[in-house]
Design a protein around this ligand. Structure first.
Ligand code: FMN
Length: 194
């Protein structure tokens, strides 16, 4: 069956590095037979942006964020995916605020077991991936996004893979000429679809 992949992009820049690489990854995955949806976190109209710490998710039998807005609708679709890809520029050594709002609200996708020793979650078929772009080198923030995503994936007991792009051009649109990155992105997309 065709793999379902959701790519959530946290970049606010049209034709920026993150969305360009996400598009290439999507093309590679689609060509390999997957169904890909790209969600732009910066375009989601929402009542609340981040988690409000209401703990409604932890006090409910159901999985998912209890805030009634468009971010909750996106969160509800995550368990239907074979791969959830978070795509973000590095912003001051971390994820962009746009995507961090979604990551925090993914807290609603697990529950701590009664004995307090483990978790349950609805992500039986979902694995995680990261696309991250940065102007600097690996040590100027890509390493921290990688560690963060590895920790989240491991928390859910999930496989994880990443496509990290250091030294991405600052000028919007210039990344389009990077044919080596294009090939790597297409290959990464094919791998996600396999
Ligand atoms: C607010 C802001 C903070 C940034 N912080 C970092 C940083 O800490 N490390 C880094 O290597 N690049 C940093 N950058 C550069 C971006 O990560 C890089 O240009 C990225 O590829 C932009 O992606 P986009 O074109 O999808 O917006 C920053 C850019 C902005 C606008």
């Amino acid at each position: 069956m065709a793999k379902k992949i959701m790519i959530i992009s946290g970049s606010p820049r049209d034709n920026g590095n993150t969305l360009t690489v996400a598009d290439w990854v999507s093309t590679g995955a689609t060509d390999a037979g997957a169904t890909v949806e790209i969600v732009r976190a910066d375009r989601i109209p929402s009542k609340e942006r981040g988690c409000t710490a209401c703990m409604g998710c932890q006090n409910s039998e159901k999985f998912g964020c209890v805030i009634k807005d468009d971010i909750s609708t996106i969160i509800a679709k995550i368990p239907e995916q074979n791969v959830l890809v978070l795509a973000s520029p590095v912003y001051f050594m971390g994820f962009s605020a746009q995507i961090k709002c979604i990551i925090d609200r993914m807290y609603s996708l697990f529950k701590i077991t009664r004995d307090g020793k483990g978790i349950t979650h609805p992500l039986q078929y979902t694995r995680f991936a990261l696309i991250a772009t940065a102007a600097g080198s690996y040590d100027h923030g890509l390493n921290l996004l990688e560690d963060n995503m590895k920790a989240i994936s491991s928390f859910f007991g999930k496989e994880y893979s990443s496509l990290l792009v250091p030294h991405a051009p600052v000028k919007v649109g210039s990344i389009i000429t990077d044919t080596e990155l294009l090939e790597n992105s297409l290959a990464f997309g094919r791998e996600l679809a396999s």
